[in-house]
Design a protein around this ligand. Structure first.
Ligand code: SF4
Length: 58
């Protein structure tokens, strides 16, 4: 199983499909929120980050 790019001790439950970066839920943030991404409508990271206190977007 892939591990979080920021926390090698944690399993990565999420993946950025654009950059192929694996992250844990704590690290769920889109690195290019202002740029178009063809994966956005199906991106779990995007929706997790939007709903978090650190969220951006709407
Ligand atoms: S919306 Fe952001 S996190 Fe999701 S695939 Fe695109 S660049 Fe990666």
């Amino acid at each position: 199983m892939a591990t979080c790019v920021n926390h090698p001790e944690k399993p990565a439950g999420l993946v950025c499909m654009k950059y192929q970066i694996h992250v844990c839920e704590q690290c769920a943030n889109c690195r290019d929120p202002q740029l178009y991404c063809k994966h956005r409508t199906a991106c779990t990271i995007w929706f997790v980050a939007k709903d978090s206190e650190n969220g951006w977007g709407d």
